[in-house]
Design a binder for this molecule. Structure first.
Ligand SMILES: Nc1ncnc2c1ncn2[C@@H]1O[C@H](COP(=O)(O)OP(=O)(O)OP(=O)(O)O)[C@@H](O)[C@H]1O
Ligand SMILES: [Mg+2]
Length: 292
């Protein structure tokens, strides 16, 4: 399901991940524990394609057979294009200004009307080529950005410590959003969302907004939102960090129930010892590496 090899990450000069190797199988619940600052969130963000690792010749990250680093390379190509884009804009603009000033103030009398017309028309050539470049560039960029975000939206689910539900939408609407982003039909999506919310014991709260729900309920809505596109894997970063003991236990039971009934894969970063020990495998991060 997930294969990560020799993952490194620097924030400026700080090396946060120092060569992480990881293999997660389908239907597994893997917990990641470790001291604050060990690099757990950073690793989860990279596995979840929300952040990019350093590029080393022997680094790799595949999720469900898809080479994530290649998808992100497309984004890197975009940043090269962005530089070209800026250079063209600046040189084009400088050229236009210099030529316009020259024609207007120094050489206008030398040209007869026809010649002046030709020269002025020629001024538009760099403008037109700039426009064509811009249109092509933005079309390509938005198409390529979409490849990675579509992959993320369709294959990966996320649960964070703070639910990150949208406050102006109801529980049902919040759950439906990732499916709408994937252009799934409204009626079918709502039916599926209601089914999941019902399964999570929230059928009586679907029309309430997040601030009208308890912490445990909000977090279960976040679980429903993570499930709506039937992701291959759900990444959770301290999912119960903000809950009381009872709600936390309920949420943990839910993860195992989802794994047992639907084979849902989870990677969970947690400071909760009990949850970490219940997992099929507990990985301990020490100073940017997974210790054995
Ligand atoms: N965007 C960033 N820019 C610079 N440094 C960062 C950034 N994100 C994280 N760090 C640093 O990287 C290190 C690892 O951070 P990370 O959030 O991965 O730790 P963690 O193991 O999740 O810790 P915690 O258990 O407290 O959540 C920390 O020293 C942190 O300060
Ligand atoms: Mg963290």
């Amino acid at each position: 399901m997930i294969h990560a090899k020799n993952i490194h990450k620097f924030y400026d000069k700080l090396e946060v991940l120092k060569g992480v190797d990881l293999h997660i199988k389908k239907g597994e619940i893997v917990s990641i524990v470790g001291a604050s600052g060990a690099g757990k969130t950073t690793l989860l963000q990279i596995l979840g394609t929300l952040d990019k690792p350093e590029r080393n010749s022997d680094s790799s990250l595949t999720i469900n057979g898809k080479n994530i680093l290649n998808l992100q390379d497309i984004e890197n190509d975009n940043s090269k294009q962005e530089r070209t884009f800026k250079i063209i804009t600046w040189t084009g603009s400088v050229y236009i200004v210099i030529l316009a000033v020259y024609l207007l103030f120094f050489r206008t009398k030398v040209f007869d009307d026809t010649l002046r017309l030709v020269v002025v028309a020629a001024l538009f050539l760099p403008i037109i080529s700039m426009l064509v470049y811009y249109i092509k560039y933005f079309r390509k960029k938005s198409k390529q950005d979409k490849i990675l975000s579509d992959f993320r939206n369709l294959n990966l689910g996320f649960i964070f410590q703070f639910h990150q539900l949208l406050p102006e939408f109801t529980a049902l609407e919040n759950v439906c959003i990732p499916a709408f982003m994937a252009n799934k039909p409204k009626a079918e999506t709502e039916k599926e969302a209601k089914k999941i919310l019902d399964y999570l014991g929230l059928s009586h709260r679907i029309n309430h907004k997040p601030n009208e729900l308890s912490g445990g309920e909000q977090q279960r809505v976040a679980v429903a939102r993570a499930l709506i596109n039937k992701p291959d894997v759900i990444f959770a970063d301290e999912p119960s960090g903000n809950l009381d003991t009872h709600s936390a236990e309920n949420l943990h039971q839910l993860f195992f129930q989802l794994r047992d009934e639907f084979g849902q894969t989870f990677v969970i970063v947690t400071h909760n010892e009990e949850l970490a020990n219940m997992a099929d495998r507990k990985l301990v991060m020490v100073d940017g590496q997974i210790s054995n």
